[in-house]
Design a protein around this ligand. Structure first.
Ligand SMILES: *Cc1c(COP(=O)(O)O)cnc(C)c1O
Length: 733
C-alpha cells in the first residue's frame, strides 16, 4: 500500500531521530547523537563544560533544522512520533526567554560556534519558569515589567530528561542547601536539554538547564528558580547563584559526563569551585572531615582544583561582581564552605562581604577579559592577578546575525564560497570592492533590510495607537499620534540604531543632551534623521528606568524643534529578533558608553557583520574594529584608562564632553549618507566592515582562541581548521 512506503522525505526525517537512556530527541541522526555522547562521556575526559547563568539562543533567529524542513517538499511525516515532533516544531513557541542581555546572547552564540566547529562541549545553565521579564512601555509611566508566561513543555527542541532507572519519571538531581544552623535541606532539580544543532545538522552541543521549580523544594529555592536575576533580596540572589554552582557536578555525574575543564562564563557559577575544593579535601584528608581542614590544606586543595577552571570576566562595573554579606551566605551554606570563602573570597572594600569575583580570579588556570582595552582595565582592577589576565575579544555567531538578504548576496559571488563554514572567507570581499554588481547588490540588500525593519515599526506604531482603546497603555511613541496611511516613517531616511540593556554607564540618552544643537544640524540642510532605540532596564534599576522614560519624553520636543525632521522611536520588549532586524536595517549603529566601562559590546559586531558602520565611543571591541576610520566613526573622550574614574557617578559620566563630540561629528556622517557625491564613501565603509571585521569579530575565531585554553586532544584535521581561525587574530596583542 502507498501509505506504508516511506517517502524519501520521511527517510530524511527518520534519520533525525535519536534515542538514549535519557529520552528521544529530534534533529540529528542516531549515529551523530551517539558520537557526541561518546565524546562527552569518554574515560579520557576530553571535553569542556561551559557554565553560564543565562543562555540566549532563541529559535526564531537561528534554527537550521526548521530551515531544512521548510525546504523539504513534503514535510508531513507518516510516523506518529515524527509527526508530533514536526508539528511541535512548527507550531510551538519560538522563544526561550532565559536571558537578560549581552552575556546570555554571547553564551548562545558561543555554543552555536562550538557546534559548527564540532568541539566536544556541554553547557550547564538554569531554566527560569518566568524567564527574565517582558517589557511594556507606556509614555506616561515608562517601563512596566511583567512576568513572562512560557511553557518549556510546549517549546520545541526542549526535552525533559528521563530517569534511566525509572523511565516513567523525570531525571532528578539532588543538591544540599543549609540553613543558618547548618541543617541540611535537600533541593531537587529536573534537567531540561536543548540541543544547539549546527547548520549542517551533523553535530550538536547539549545545553543542560536545571529546573528547581519542583513543588517539593523549599519555598526560597522555588522562588529563586522563577526569574533570572531576581534581586528582590540578597538571599534570593545568593541562592540563585548557588543553584547554578552546586548543580553542576551532580548533573554531570548523573549523566556520566566526564569533562575535566569547566569554563565559567562570568563568575555566577563559581560556587562549583567550592564544591570541587570540598571534594578534594574529602579525598585528601585522612579523617575526611572538611570542617577540620586547616588553612594550608584548603589552599593546597584550591590550587589543585584551579587547574580545572577557565574563567572569563565580562565587566569592570562593580555591580556586575557578586558580593554577598557574610551573614547572608552563612544562612544558605555549610560552615566549612565559609572557612574556604574566608580564605579565598576576601572583599577589599568590605570586610563583611564575600567577593565572588575575587574567588573566581583566585581559583582558575586561566583568566581572560573580553577585549584588549578591557584586559588593561581588568589588570588594573586586580593587580594581584594582572600577570595571568589575557584578552580574548568577544565575537558573534555570523550565521545567526547576518541577515537573509546579506546571506543571499554572499551566496551569489563565487569568491565567497564556503563563507558559512569559514567567516574568514569574507576577506575576499577585497577583490569585489570595485565590482559594480557587488556594490549595487549590497546597497539593494541593505535597502531591503531597511524596508523589513520599517514595515515592522510602522505596523507597531499603528498597533500601539489602536490598542489604546482596549487597554490603559498610552502608546510609547509620540509618532503613534501622527502616523496614518499617508504619513509613515520612511526607510530611506538616515537611521541610527541603538539597542542594548539600559544601564547608566551605557548612556542611552547621551546624544539628546542638547536637543537644540541636534535639531539645528538636521534643519540646516534639511537632512532628516530617525533614531530607533530599544532595550530593557533591570526591573530594580531605577536610574536605568529613568533613562528609558527620558527617551520617551524627548520624542515630542525633537519632532517639534526639528519641524518633523528628527524622530525618536522606542521599540518595546527588546529581544534577539528585534536585534536582528535592527542591526541589518539601520544605516549606522550607535554605541556611546562611558569609556572604559563597556568591556566589549557585541551588538556593534552584529551590525558590522551586515556591513553597517558603527558610530561609537572608543570603548570595548571598537578600539579593535575601528581601523582608523575605514569602518565607521569614533567620537568622545579617549584618554588613558589609568586616569579614568571607573565609577558611574553623574560627574564621571562626561555627558557634556562626549555629546559635544557627537554633534561635531554628525554633519559629516549625514553628508556621506545623503550627498550623491560622497555616497560611495559610505558604501566603502560598509564594504570595509565585511573585509576587516567579519573575519575577526565572530565566535568561530573566538572559539579557536578559547580552544588554546582548553587543552583538548582533537583530531589533527579539526585542530588545524581551528588553528586557521585563530591565526587570523591574536586578541592578546
Ligand atoms: C547582542 C544583544 C545584546 C548585547 O548588546 P551590547 O551592545 O553588547 O550591550 C543585548 N540584548 C540582545 C537581545 C542582543 O541581541
Amino acid at each position: 500500500m502507498q501509505q506504508n512506503k516511506l517517502t524519501s522525505n520521511d527517510r530524511t526525517l527518520h534519520n533525525l531521530i535519536a534515542k538514549n537512556q535519557f529520552g528521544t530527541f529530534f534533529g540529528v541522526s542516531q549515529e551523530i547523537f551517539d558520537g557526541v555522547w561518546k565524546k562527552l562521556t569518554a574515560t579520557d575526559t576530553n571535553s569542556v563544560v561551559y557554565i553560564s547563568m543565562e543562555i540566549g539562543a532563541d529559535p526564531d533567529v537561528f534554527h537550521p533544522l526548521k530551515d531544512k524542513l521548510l525546504h523539504l517538499k513534503k514535510p508531513i511525516a507518516q510516523d506518529p512520533q515524527l509527526k508530533q515532533f514536526v508539528d511541535t516544531l512548527f507550531r510551538g513557541p519560538e522563544k526561550i526567554p532565559c536571558y537578560g542581555g549581552g552575556l546570555g546572547v554571547l553564551a548562545g552564540d558561543t555554543l552555536k560556534s562550538f557546534a559548527d566547529c564540532r568541539l566536544p562541549v556541554v553547557a550547564v545553565s538554569l531554566l527560569y519558569r518566568h524567564g527574565y521579564f517582558s517589557q511594556i512601555v507606556d509614555s506616561k509611566i515608562g517601563q512596566i515589567s511583567q512576568s513572562v508566561e512560557w511553557h518549556p513543555e510546549q517549546t520545541p527542541g526542549l526535552y525533559l530528561l528521563r530517569d534511566p532507572e525509572n523511565p516513567e519519571q523525570a531525571l532528578e538531581v539532588h543538591i544540599p542547601f543549609f540553613n543558618e544552623y547548618d541543617q541540611e535541606t535537600m533541593a531537587s532539580a529536573q534537567v531540561w536539554m536543548k540541543m544547539e544543532i549546527n547548520h549542517t545538522l551533523d553535530y550538536f552541543v547539549p545545553e543542560l538547564l536545571l529546573d528547581f521549580s519542583l513543588k517539593d523544594n523549599p519555598p526560597p529555592i522555588r522562588e529563586a528558580a522563577g526569574q533570572l536575576y531576581n534581586s528582590e533580596s540578597s538571599i534570593i540572589k545568593a541562592t540563585q547563584r548557588r543553584m547554578l554552582g552546586t548543580g553542576i557536578l551532580p548533573v554531570l555525574q548523573a549523566m556520566g559526563i566526564t569533562s575535566n575543564t569547566l569554563h565559567l562564563n562570568e563568575q555566577h557559577g563559581v560556587v562549583v569551585a567550592l564544591q570541587l575544593i570540598s571534594e578534594e579535601l574529602q579525598n585528601s584528608l585522612k579523617h575526611h572531615d572538611i570542617s577540620r581542614a586547616d588553612n594550608s590544606q584548603i589552599i593546597a586543595a584550591a590550587d589543585k582544583i584551579a587547574k580545572k577552571l577557565v574563567y572569563t570576566i565580562h565587566t569592570p562595573v562593580k555591580a556586575g561582581h557578586d558580593r554577598f554579606n557574610k551573614s547572608v551566605y552563612a544562612g544558605i551554606s555549610h560552615k566549612s564552605c565559609q572557612h574556604i570563602l574566608e580564605l579565598l573570597a576576601h572583599d577589599e572594600d568590605s570586610p563583611h562581604s564575600y567577593n565572588f569575583t575575587t574567588l573566581a580570579m583566585r581559583v582558575n588556570r586561566s583568566a581572560n577579559s573580553v577585549s584588549r582595552l578591557h584586559r588593561d582595565v581588568t589588570q588594573k582592577q586586580f593587580p594581584g592577578f594582572a600577570k595571568k589576565i589575557t584578552a580574548i575579544t568577544n565575537g558573534v555567531h555570523h550565521l545567526t546575525w547576518i541577515s537573509n538578504t546579506r546571506a543571499e548576496l554572499f551566496d551569489s559571488f563565487p569568491e565567497l564560497n564556503n563563507w558559512r563554514d569559514n567567516p574568514g572567507v569574507l576577506q575576499n570581499v577585497a577583490s569585489l570592492k570595485n565590482n559594480k554588481r557587488f556594490r549595487d547588490y549590497l546597497e539593494h540588500a541593505w535597502q531591503k533590510d531597511s524596508e523589513i525593519l520599517y514595515s515592522y515599526i510602522n505596523a507597531m506604531l499603528l498597533q500601539h495607537r489602536n490598542q489604546m482603546t482596549s487597554t490603559w497603555i498610552d502608546p510609547p511613541n509620540y509618532y503613534s499620534n501622527i502616523i496614518d496611511a499617508d504619513t509613515k516613517l520612511d526607510p530611506t531616511v538616515f537611521t541610527v540604531g541603538f539597542a542594548r540593556r539600559f544601564s547608566t554607564y551605557k548612556r542611552a540618552d547621551l546624544v539628546f543632551d542638547n536637543i537644540d544643537t541636534l535639531c539645528s544640524i538636521a534643519v540646516k540642510d534639511k537632512r532628516p534623521i530617525n533614531f530607533l532605540f530599544s532595550g530593557k532596564a533591570h526591573p530594580a534599576d531605577e536610574p536605568g528606568k529613568t533613562v528609558i522614560k527620558s527617551i520617551l519624553d524627548y520624542q515630542k520636543e525633537l519632532y517639534t524643534k526639528s519641524q518633523g525632521l528628527v524622530n525618536l522611536i522606542f521599540i518595546p520588549n527588546y529581544d534577539m529578533k528585534i536585534a536582528k532586524m535592527m542591526v541589518a536595517g539601520v544605516h549606522v549603529w550607535l554605541n556611546n558608553p562611558k569609556r572604559p566601562l563597556e568591556a566589549s559590546g557585541t551588538s556593534g559586531m552584529k551590525a558590522a557583520l551586515n556591513g553597517v558602520p558603527n558610530l561609537s565611543i572608543m570603548d570595548g571591541w571598537w578600539v579593535e574594529g575601528y581601523h582608523k576610520g575605514l569602518t565607521g566613526w569614533k567620537f568622545g573622550h579617549e584618554g588613558p584608562v589609568d586616569e579614568t574614574d571607573l565609577s558611574e557617578s553623574p560627574e564621571a559620566l562626561l555627558y557634556a564632553e562626549d555629546s559635544a563630540s557627537f554633534y561635531q561629528m554628525l554633519p559629516g556622517v549625514l553628508e556621506e549618507y545623503y550627498d550623491e557625491g560622497s555616497r560611495s564613501q559610505f558604501i566603502d565603509k560598509a564594504i570595509m566592515n565585511l573585509i576587516l571585521n567579519i573575519p575577526i569579530f565572530n565566535t568561530h575565531r573566538m572559539a579557536a582562541e578559547y580552544l588554546q585554553k582548553y587543552e583538548l586532544n582533537l583530531p589533527s584535521s579539526l585542530q588545524s581548521r581551528m588553528n586557521n581561525f585563530s591565526a587570523l587574530y591574536n586578541s592578546n596583542e
